[in-house]
Design a protein around this ligand. Sequence first.
Ligand SMILES: Nc1ncnc2c1ncn2[C@@H]1O[C@H](COP(=O)(O)OP(=O)(O)OP(=O)(O)O)[C@@H](O)[C@H]1O
Ligand SMILES: Cc1ncc(CO)c(N)n1
Length: 263
Amino acid sequence: MRTALTIAGSDSSGGAGIQADIKTMMAHHVFGMSAITALTAQNTTGVIDIMEVTPKFLEEELQCIFTDIYPDAVKIGMVSSAELMEVIARNLKKYNAKKIVVDPVMVATSGAKLMEDTAIATLKRTLLPMADLLTPNIPEAEVLAEMEIFTEEDMIAAAQKISEAYGCAVLCKGGHQKNDANDLLYQNGTFRWFRGRRIENPNTHGTGCTLSSAIASNLAKGFSMEESVENAKNYISGALEAMLDLGKGSGPMDHAFRVEGVY
Ligand SMILES: Nc1ncnc2c1ncn2[C@@H]1O[C@H](COP(=O)(O)OP(=O)(O)OP(=O)(O)O)[C@@H](O)[C@H]1O
Ligand SMILES: Cc1ncc(CO)c(N)n1
C-alpha cells in the first residue's frame, strides 16, 4: 500500500487540516500519517484558539514517521511559526523526503489568521524551495508573487513568477475567482488550465486542504504531476457536488462521496 504524510494543523470540526487530509488519503486508498503542528479549536463558523506543538515535539513526530514507515509523498499545510518551519525543513532534508506538496495556508476560509506575518520570510527561505508543488489560492499567490491578481493573465504571471523563484511547479487555485473555479498549473515554463464550473455550494470549508492532500495521494500512487492535479480536481468537484450540509457556517465537504460502490 502507498503511504502519505500530512504535516499540518488539527481542525476540531473535522472538515479541514489533518482530519480532511487523512479522510482524503483514505478515500484514495493511501495509508495516511500525520505530524501535527498545532491544535485548533474551530468549527464551521470560525477559529477560536490555536495551540502550537513545541519544535521538539514536531521533530519527534517526524523522526518517528521517517524512521519507520517512509511516506511516498508529503503534504504540508498549516505551519504557523518560523520555528516550526525550520524544524520541518531540516527534517525533510535529513530524511530525504520526496514528492513534497506545500499548501501555503495563511488564512482560514472563515478569515482567521493561521500563519504569523513574521513567518512569511522564513516560509520563502525554508519550505518553498523544497516543494515539488506549491498550491496557493489567489490571496496567497498575491503575497508570494508580490502582485495583485484580477484576471487569468494575472494568474499566469503570478504562477510563473513563483515557479521561477522557488524552482517548483505551482498550482494557482481559482476558488476565490468570481465565475468558474479554474485552477492554473505552471511547471517547467509551460501552463495548463484545469477548468471546473463553480458549484453552488456554500460549504467550502477545507477545499484547499482536501485538494492538496488529494494531489499528494495521487503522487504517492505514482501518477505524474498533471495526472495528479487532474484527478484531484475531479475529486474536489465530486466532494462539493455531494452537497453535504453540516454546521451553522461554511460546512465541510463529503470526503467519502465515492468510497461506497466505486472503491
Ligand atoms: N464553489 C466551487 N465550485 C467548484 N470548485 C471549487 C469551488 N470553490 C473552490 N473550488 C475548488 O476547490 C479547490 C480549492 O480552491 P480554493 O481557491 O478555494 O482554495 P483555498 O482558498 O486554499 O481553500 P480553503 O477555503 O480551504 O482555504 C480548487 O480546486 C478550486 O477550484
Ligand atoms: C487546521 C486548519 N488548516 C487549514 C485550514 C484552512 O482551511 C483550516 N481552516 N484549519
